[in-house]
Write a protein that binds this ligand. Structure first.
Ligand SMILES: [Zn+2]
Length: 321
């Protein structure tokens, strides 16, 4: 016999009805929580991207913008973490092979080839800021490719680029895995190496270099003087390691970066992954570039360790200081 209440509904059914209502309520609460968490996640993600873009744009907008933060607004926006299908160009051949050893830097920029696979690699005589020596890259020794105001890559150079560490920054495909290995090792030690500026196009470099020249001309310098001064801060197009896709500016493009745990970690460990501090404080007379604790250049593990232990900069290591 079933007990009936005043509504003639069995207690068991009333209980089931209550349970059903409780389940519905629980489902609604869970759904609300899920939607709330999703909205929070999207908002946080969006905020982080905005902060990163703003940080980069703010850096690019500084009056005394350095070579390493020389990026356009369009390049500063966060790009998808995908691989770019670019032509795989490592070796540039723009001259007859008989001219490969040419080392002069005359009015018509000459073309040389980086030879050898050791620190004694011949890189020929550098050109000047106005008449640079245009180089080709030896595929067998690409890690030691030297670019500076006297040695430049042609404007047609187009590296095979990939995005690194889920950021909007790209590096040459040959280097990306080494950078990411270093990034992960630092993260395992509790250090976040935020990529700030990787590859930069020739056109962007040219635009920002010209802007810097105009700045110094406005300060009363002659055109030639302004070119030289500008080059210590923003490298001429084709002479920046960012144009090669071989360097990454990390975390912060300010000199106080040297006082951070990130910089100390890089000083201690970067060579193990093939990266060097390219523009040290005490070598500015050789590099002709301001001190940049944030700029880390790939040269291969063996070379990086040798350069670090010797205290030399790349120009000295290659014998062209
Ligand atoms: Zn840089």
């Amino acid at each position: 016999m079933i007990d009936l209440n005043k509504n003639n509904i069995p207690d068991s059914k009333r209980f089931n009805a209550k349970e059903s209502n409780a389940n519905k309520f629980l489902c609604i609460v869970l759904a609300c929580i899920t939607v709330f968490i999703s909205v929070v996640c999207v908002a946080v993600n969006s905020r982080n991207k905005t902060l990163l873009a703003n940080q980069t744009l703010a850096a690019a907008g500084q009056a005394n913008v350095s070579e390493s933060i020389n990026i356009s607004a369009s390049e500063a926006t966060t790009a998808p973490a995908t691989t770019q299908k670019a032509p795989s160009i490592i070796k540039i051949t723009t001259e007859p092979s008989t001219q490969a050893q040419s080392t002069t830097g005359t009015t018509d920029a000459s073309i040389i080839k980086i030879e050898g696979n050791s620190a004694n690699a011949s890189v020929g005589t550098p050109g000047t800021i106005s008449n640079p020596t245009i180089i080709t890259i030896d595929e067998s020794n690409w890690q030691l490719t030297l670019v500076n105001s006297g040695y430049r890559i042609p404007d047609s150079y187009s590296p095979d680029l990939v995005y690194v560490c889920g950021s909007g920054e790209r590096l040459d495909r040959k280097i990306a895995s080494h950078y990411e290995e270093m990034y992960r090792a630092a993260a395992a030690d509790g250090v976040t190496l935020t990529p700030c500026s990787g590859y930069r196009s020739y056109e962007t470099q040219e635009r920002n270099y010209n802007r810097k020249i105009e700045f110094f001309e406005g300060q009363g310098y002659s055109r030639e003087e302004a070119k030289v001064k500008a080059a210590t801060i923003i490298m001429p197009p084709g002479s920046s390691e960012h144009n090669l896709g071989y360097a990454m500016d990390i975390v912060c493009v300010e000199e106080w970066f040297e006082d951070t745990a990130e910089f100390r970690w890089l000083q201690e460990n970067a060579a193990d992954y093939g990266f060097i501090l390219r523009y040290p404080k005490d070598k500015q007379d050789i590099t002709k570039v301001i001190y940049e604790p944030w700029h880390w250049r790939y040269v291969g593990v063996e070379n990086a360790k040798a350069i670090k232990s010797s205290g030399l900069v790349l120009e000295e290591y290659l014998g062209v200081a």
